[in-house]
Design a protein around this ligand. Structure first.
Ligand code: SAM
Length: 235
């Protein structure tokens, strides 16, 4: 019987102890561990992976190298752990990776993880869907989404904007155009749960000047809307 398998593991927002128990167990079982260097640390892998596991950090590995690992898993009967940032359901290329596993008729399993927006909400001590007297909806999007951000703002929902980079000016313009008031609360989260964590709150009309902080690099998450209101939890 073959043991060849690819585990697509939600790696959480960065802290080594924010993997699920299931993900940590799968990682500890893997012959080969593949992970993205942008947000996952070598320490996280070292803490959970087998001492003799083959480590494939990406970069320097390329996507083609990763797919060659899947070929080897099939041909050499290997267990591969492919770590995906946060939760595999959110901007994580999971669909593409699953297609690659299916094309090789490899057994695979997806393990959920703690998404960055959940980690940011915890750092802010807020609940994202129980804003008092207002919308209880949460929209997850990114500046590259084909739908204009202003259309989402028209719903009055709280919005989590992934991969916000330093695009504060664009975001501010779009959200104001959609009808959010200038004083709407925003939060900028960067490297949440990791060394160098930055969580900054500001008004929407301050977003363009706040999202340029030198403490932030391209991997920022912006939360905006009623769930961040000052009086949250005091009703
Ligand atoms: C390609 S997406 C991956 C999202 C991931 N699947 C998740 O569920 O969090 C990368 C974006 O996630 C956000 N992100 C991931 N980890 C983060 C963290 N620790 N702190 C703040 N934002 C983070 C940033 O917006 C970053 O640009």
């Amino acid at each position: 019987m073959t043991r060849a398998k690819v585990w697509f593991l939600g790696a959480g927002p960065g802290a080594a102890d924010l993997l699920t128990v299931r993900a940590a167990r799968a990682l500890a079982e893997a012959d080969v561990v593949v992970w993205g260097k942008a947000l996952m640390t070598d320490e996280m892998v070292a803490e959970h992976a087998r001492a003799d596991a083959e480590l494939v950090p990406w970069p320097p590995a390329t996507i083609a190298d990763i797919h060659a690992v899947y070929d080897r898993a099939r041909d050499e009967d290997l267990v591969v752990a492919r770590l995906l940032w946060g939760d595999p359901a959110i901007y994580a290329t999971t669909r593409d990776e699953v297609r690659e596993a299916r094309a090789r008729e490899l057994d695979f399993e997806i393990v959920p993880g703690v998404s960055a927006f959940c980690a940011a909400a915890a750092a802010l001590e807020i609940e994202l869907t129980r804003a008092p007297k207002t919308s209880q909806s949460l929209i997850i999007t990114a500046p590259s989404a084909p739908e204009p951000l202003r259309d989402f703002a028209r719903h009055g929902a709280t919005i989590a904007i992934f991969m916000a980079g330093r695009r504060g000016e664009d975001l501010q313009t779009e959200l104001l155009a959609g009808g959010y008031a200038p004083q709407t609360q925003c939060a900028i989260a960067h490297r949440v749960t990791r060394d160098g964590e930055v969580v900054i709150t500001c008004r929407l009309d301050e977003l363009s000047t706040t999202l340029v902080s030198p403490d932030l690099d391209s991997h920022t998450l912006v939360l905006v809307g009623a769930a961040l209101a000052d009086d949250f939890g005091r009703t």
